[in-house]
Design a protein around this ligand. Structure first.
Ligand SMILES: *Cc1c(COP(=O)(O)O)cnc(C)c1O
Length: 230
């Protein structure tokens, strides 16, 4: 079979079939976040009707528009690199922020807490591409190792775990190696982080099965649910 065109938007049935297939393959302890960036409200509504409540967005304007259009039981995940001047808008709308990739954004988010602490993940740079964001592993180790360190000690923020994106490659050995590295870092940091530190967000459409094998507890899947993005 040859695919000579890319469908721009999938119909509702296809979206729901895709979700069912992924759910069937994903163990219960792993949360499926449907990455709905660039997708229409209709496409998101199809996933919502299929029971999906966790949606991932990477642009602030889209997040605002979509959060406004859907019921409050949706848990919005902010998965994209954040600018400090957007912290104020994103913090109150997000169930979990996956992309804390600098101490600057951490501090900016800490200023915009709600009544309850804001849940975040520290993004770690595990891929080869330098275009990807995240703390370098050693930089993060250093931040944690400082004696009396309170770099991440703000009580208005709860660090729930780590997030990472593997290199975009067909080399599954390399992908597995990168995920394994993130898992080890997670386990290394966990003892000093307490019981809230329980989330390892890794795995996307092309590599979520590898990520789960390597210990992921949360996968972020877009195109395998909604079809290719333009
Ligand atoms: C777009 C995106 C995804 C989903 O990518 P797919 O390959 O479409 O599943 C996951 N995580 C992040 C951070 C993204 O930006």
């Amino acid at each position: 079979m040859s695919l000579d065109y890319i469908p721009l938007e999938m119909d509702s049935n296809t979206i729901q079939t895709n979700i069912q297939a992924i759910r069937d393959a994903v163990p219960e302890h792993v949360t499926l976040v449907a990455v709905s960036k660039t997708q229409t409200l209709d496409a998101i509504a199809s996933a919502y009707a299929e029971g999906i409540r966790d949606f991932g967005e990477n642009r602030v304007t889209e997040l605002v528009e979509k959060a406004d259009a859907f019921p409050d039981d949706v848990r919005w995940h902010a998965i994209g690199h954040l600018q400090t001047n957007k912290a104020k808008i994103v913090a109150p709308l997000s169930h979990l922020i996956h992309a804390v990739d600098s101490t600057r954004i951490y501090e900016a988010l800490a200023q915009h807490k709600n009544a309850s602490p804001l849940d975040v993940l520290l993004q770690v740079h595990i891929a080869e591409e330098t275009s990807k964001f995240g703390f370098l592993e050693d930089a993060l180790r250093e931040l944690f190792a400082l004696p009396g360190n309170d770099t991440f000690g703000n009580t208005s923020i709860r660090i729930k775990g780590l997030m990472g994106m593997a290199t975009y490659t067909k080399d599954t050995t390399q992908i597995a190696k990168e995920f394994k590295g993130l898992r080890s870092l997670f386990e290394e940091l966990a003892p000093s982080m307490g019981a809230n530190f329980d989330t390892l967000s890794m795995g996307m459409s092309g590599d979520w099965n590898i990520a789960i094998d390597e210990g992921s507890t949360m996968i972020r899947v877009g195109s395998a649910i909604f079809g290719a993005r333009t």
